[in-house]
Ligand binder design. Sequence first.
Ligand code: ADP
Ligand code: MG
Length: 373
Amino acid sequence: GTMASNATIKAIESSTVHQIQSGQVIVDLCSVAKELVENSIDAGATSIEVRFKNQGLDAIEVQDNGYGISSENYESIALKHYTSKLSTYDDLSTLQTFGFRGEALSSLSALSRFSIVTCTAQDAPRATKLEFETSGKLKGTSVVSGQRGTTVFVEELFRSLPVRRRELERNIKREWGKVIGLLNQYACIQTGIKFTVSQQPTKGKRMVLFSTKGNPTTRDNIINVFGVKTMNALIAMDLRLELQPTNGLAKKGKAVEVGNTTEVRVVGHVSRPAHGEGRQTPDRQMLYVNGRPCGLPQFTKVFNEVYRSYNASQSPFIFANIQLDTHLYDVNVSPDKRTILLHDQGQMLDNLRESLVELFETQDVTIPVAQTQ
Ligand code: ADP
Ligand code: MG
């Protein structure tokens, strides 16, 4: 760089550090939707409504009917690394909740006009509106009416990071597609939760984009989101991958052991490999690790390759939840938790390829199979 070599080294102001780090947790529209929806799921919600204004450029609101936030936590809720979900490093490997870093709300308060309306069962119908400073410090509270649950308001995302804001505006079409895709993913995997996603243009009426009904099965969720026609072209999948122990992991007795092997299940739905059953574009390929939506390009690749050996002109619809012991992966790789490190991924992929071939081999590709599950 051009900085003088004799410049004094000094600590960055803490508010600046907060801005910089927040921009790494909340990188785009998807991060906002992901963090807020996951908080709602963690709060035991059975109904989650995501409302966009101007595709999220003006506002994103997420309303749930979960536990709510009790008044003793108002002060700390948006402070960095304050979480009700994790207290020691050891808890990390057994964690059942989506959140654990206590960074999302703190980051959002640094990057947007951020407020919360929340209400616990005891306090209903007396809800509290919480407003925050950019540091995450509580600025003020006021009483409003409401039901049990929490609504988080994020307005003018990235108002404090002008370059990021312009990027978002410029790429809004692509970002919008991604965020709806991600919300589709949550809506399909979460049984027992009613999802509603709506959008209101700057001028015009609010429209519901899709919704689920709190169904007991992922099959019904997929029907709500993608339609019965899509569902009818799918086959149920429940692959069991037997992993041979390759290092100390299994020996430590931490992993789920089946004899000497570790079982990983891949459960969900995939296109029947007959012509006309897949799609021309692979925009509906949803992978999860223990219900956590994540990008697993290597897994997607195996699905696509095996599928194309039966149906060369199309890509499959994939809805695949990889179920495995929490000791076999690490979600704490990046602040946005999108990257997942899987233990012995190579063996899983080889195994997946074989199991998929087996599944497709047992399908009569000429006759539509009766509905499964
Ligand atoms: P994390 O999810 O990692 O704990 P967050 O910054 O996302 O961190 O949230 C901080 C805390 O705020 C959570 O631990 C939880 O106690 C509370 N919280 C956030 N969202 C909700 C919600 N929708 N309902 C109830 N409590 C919530
Ligand atoms: Mg969270």
